[in-house]
Design a protein around this ligand. Sequence first.
Ligand code: XMP
Length: 479
Amino acid sequence: MKRNEFFQQREGRSLKPDDITLNTKFVEFVPKQISLATRFSRNVTLKVPLVSAAMDTVTEARMAIAMARWGGMGIIHRNLTPHKQAEEVDRVKNACKFGLIEQPICVFEDETVESIDRRREEKQYHFHSFLVIERLIGRLVGVFTGQDRRFCKSLAVQVREVMTRNPVTGIFGDTTVVQAFEKMREKKIKVLPLISTLGTVRGLWTLADVERMLAQSVPDNFGSDGRYQVAAAIGLLGVDKDTEERVALLVDKHVDVLKIDMAHAGTAAAVETVKWIKCIYPVDVVPGNVSEESATRHLLEAGADGIMVGQSPGSVCKSKQVKGTGLALATAVYKCAQITEKCDVPLGADGGLWHPGDIVKVLAIGASFAVCGRRFAGTEESPGDVIEDEETGLRKKLYRGMGSLGAMRDRMNMGSRERYLQNDMEELVAEGFETEVPYVGPAEKITKTLAGGIRKGMFEIGAYDIPSLRIEADFYEEQ
Ligand code: XMP
């Protein structure tokens, strides 16, 4: 049965992905021809339909970088001050630029090695080479490389004493990516500064970027600015005291999407927040979460560039017990997709998605991507330390709901309280809980496992891309 008929026949029932199975078909292509390309929002694309959740034990810059590196995206959580959250966004946007770095980080020749070390630590730069300029007009005088740093005897010396002088350069506007690559290979260098005719710095090619640019297919999820794409969670205008400041700082750091992050986004305040942002800032806005048509319609009419769906299916969620609300994810996605598809706006399915098969099902029902919390919480890149169990030696990480008492109790975590509208409550009501998850190593492994499974499911259904999955899928109810 096709999805419309299937769900229309089950009106009034709240179905989970687990309640459904999809039939296989005769297929005429091979899995490697399948595209997982999709959209997060009106103007933001993904190479794989995977997004890490806006939770304080899941997504900060490290996770967002790992997600973008393998085609997905991360949503930086909002249990951070506006400045700290903007810094995390900045870190993602500066982690990798596909192409020419237009404003490379430069240091002055009279700075000490110690001060550069300090800056690298503060800003958490992942790269090792800095361009060195003189103070008069900013002419390039050298490159301070990782090698220079390693063999430097004293941290008190000025950079000019230890840097590599007369670096190999190219002329800005007159050095193609192929020429840059050939020059770097010939001279065995990892960075190639581009300079103006006056000798001032105009850009920088790095070997890693150039190699990636020249490789036919790259897994990275780059935006049109050539940088990793990243979203950030925000609260409501007029409800959260720092929303205006937060949005301004995030936009200033070139965040790609603002996710209005509420347990229930079907509210007039969420609609007003969408309108306000769309009126002032050139950035995509995705409100969530919702689970039915009317909230979706109001938010889209206000100008939303995407919708996030899922109110209760999260693995650390207590919504059903506390409030008795929230449709199961399969039904919620179907209902909301009826509205988003008419407006050609993507929809994200959020909560309870662990197996790739669950993700195939929500994509077939109408989602454009899946948001996962628990799945990524045990990875190397999630915030928090690895905890070693003294008795068993097993390694774990903390995973907690944003509405758990632990997340809301800390006064610093106003984002959590605001997500559940408990800013002024004397007695906090837990809407989520805390747990531990096994440590599983790098997020890359999880992303590849999920993407591989999704591709296999689509293959057996006979879908060569996500839009065709919705047409091809045949739905059956599991007994
Ligand atoms: P998973 O199942 O991937 O779900 O762990 C992640 C999603 O769960 C939502 N979330 C919560 N829902 N109380 C809730 O009712 C909470 O404390 C809570 N914390 C997170 C959120 O949508 C996330 O993406």
